[in-house]
Structure formats: C-alpha cells, structure tokens
Design a protein around this ligand. Structure first.
Ligand SMILES: C[S@@+](CC[C@H](N)C(=O)[O-])C[C@H]1O[C@@H](n2cnc3c(N)ncnc32)[C@H](O)[C@@H]1O
Length: 273
C-alpha cells in the first residue's frame, strides 16, 4: 500500500516526518541492548533515519540491513547512508522475502510492521531471521481515538467527504497504521510466530506534527501524510478548499510559538526470538 501511495509523499516530506517520529522511534530503540559488532534488521526502514541511529549503536564492525517495499523511500535512504558502509538496503516484502536464517541479533521497526497482509506469516519469516534468543523491539500506534494528531484532522475531513466513512486501511481491524493498536492482536501474532517474553509498554507524548512551525505548514503536511491525507486522496478537486479548511480548524488549537504539537499514543513492543 505504501508502495503505490504513501511512498512518494514520505520521500518528499522525510525531514518533517523524521522530526515527528524520532522520539517515538528512539524510545523503542532504547530497549535493544546492542553491542558493537551486532547485526540488526530494520523492518520497513523507509527513508532511513533509524538505519543511521542503529548504525551508531552497532559501530563500524556491526551491520544494519534496512528492508522496505517502497523504491522511492529506499532511494532516499540510499542517499543518506552513502558514507556508512555498515548499512545496506534491501527492496523486498518483509513478509515473504527469504531472509538468511538466524542472521540477526536484533529486529527493529519504527511504525513499519503493521501493514503486512498476513502478520503471522510476516513475523514468522522475521523470527526465522533472528538468532535464537535474539531481540525484537518496535513501536506502533495505539487506537486512533488516543491519537488526536491523527484523529482530529481525519474527523474534519470526514465531515466534508460525501462517503463519511474512512477507508478500511485506517480501521483498527485492517492492516494499516492502527492494526497493532490491539494488544491482544500483537500478543497473538507474536506468539503464533514463535516469539517469547512479549512486553507491550504504552508510550504517550506530544509530537511535533510534521515538524510544523505554523498552521499553514501543519495543514500542508496533513494534506499529504497521515490518516486525513489518506482519506482525502481520491476526493474531487473542488472539495479541496473545504478539506483544507477542515484540517486547519482541527489543528488550529494546537499551534503555539513552539509550532504544532499534539498528543500521540504508541506502544513499544519487545520480545525474544
Ligand atoms: C509508516 S512507514 C515508516 C517508515 C520508517 N520506518 C520511518 O519511521 O520513517 C511504514 C514503512 O513500512 C514499509 N512497508 C510496508 N509494508 C511492507 C512490507 N510488506 N515489507 C517491507 N516494508 C513494508 C513502507 O514502505 C514504509 O516505508
């Protein structure tokens, strides 16, 4: 899904998105105990910020492999890792790609593991690539109702769109950004894939939405990335001004001299292979 739609916007707005997601991704990364020389797989690595952060942790004798299905996002990542020989990239579907068995000391992901068509198959594939006892840490979103940064602009957009129903991709029951908002589902998927010692910790903090310093920047960002953008992607062009006004009204109360900051809620999930 990212390959067709989100990838281009994510590539274009990589710097803004990194500002928004970095603290959440670092909280999950902090759960990994990584020695110099460790081998890490970054699942759904996107434009590569976390590859660079992981590489700092494993040092020049370590290896970080980023796997992603989006060519444009990996092209951006390739530019960023050009001077980091310890990082390599793989354009493939992490659910099905035959990864080397037992190769990695750790699996990591920043919001890249909720999109698989078959989560159990994907995590089984990933667990096989982990050495026995190796570590898993990822961050995923809690329910949209706990994420006003996502929900408020989406609700605004839904009031303008004729269908009034968000796309299935945004449902907490379909593969998409909120699919792992159910702790029960996460536990079921990881247990079925053979992971042990599963722990799910809430992570709640304000985030700097799209790194926006003004309301206009926030609106421009939310029209291109995130649930509101996804819902309005196929809307008629004549609805565009009303959609932008709705997003603007949703975001306006959250803009201050520090920029656009809104509450977010994620889970940091850890386990052992
Ligand atoms: C929300 S983005 C997060 C990107 C990056 N981790 C970050 O934090 O900036 C989700 C990423 O997962 C990737 N992805 C989705 N399905 C995938 C799959 N089946 N195999 C590999 N990557 C996938 C997307 O292309 C996208 O880069």
């Amino acid at each position: 899904m990212f390959r067709e739609r989100g990838g281009a916007a994510w590539t274009l707005l990589q710097e803004q998105t990194d500002l928004q997601l970095d603290p959440l991704g670092r909280a999950a990364m902090a759960k990994l105990i990584l020695s110099p020389g460790a081998r890490v797989l970054d699942v759904g690595c996107g434009c590569g910020q976390t590859l660079l952060e992981l590489a700092e942790r494993v040092g020049p004798t370590g290896h970080v492999l980023g796997i992603d299905i989006s060519e444009p996002m990996l092209a951006r990542a390739a530019e960023r890792i050009a001077t980091s020989p310890e990082i390599s990239l793989l354009c493939a579907n992490a659910q099905t790609h035959p990864l080397p068995i037992g190769r990695f000391d750790a699996l990591y992901s920043r919001f890249g593991v909720m999109f698989f068509e078959d989560s159990r198959a994907a995590f089984t594939n990933l667990r096989r690539a982990l050495r026995p006892g190796g570590q898993l840490a990822f961050v995923c979103w809690q329910h949209p109702s706990r994420n006003p940064w996502a929900d408020l602009p989406l609700q605004g957009v839904m009031q303008v769109l004729p269908a009034h129903t968000p796309p299935a991709f945004l449902s907490a029951d379909s593969p998409g950004p909120f699919y792992f908002s159910s702790e029960e589902r996460v536990r079921g998927v990881l247990a079925a894939a053979g992971f042990a010692d599963v722990a799910i910790a809430p992570l709640e903090m304000p985030i700097h939405v799209g790194g926006a310093m003004t309301l206009e920047q926030g609106v421009a960002y939310c029209c291109q990335i995130g649930p509101a953008a996804r819902a309005m992607a196929d809307a008629a062009q004549e609805l565009r001004p009303a959609l932008e006004s709705a997003i603007s009204a949703a975001l306006a109360p959250f803009v201050s001299a520090r920029g656009l900051w809104m509450d977010a809620a994620a889970f940091v999930v850890t386990a052992r292979g």
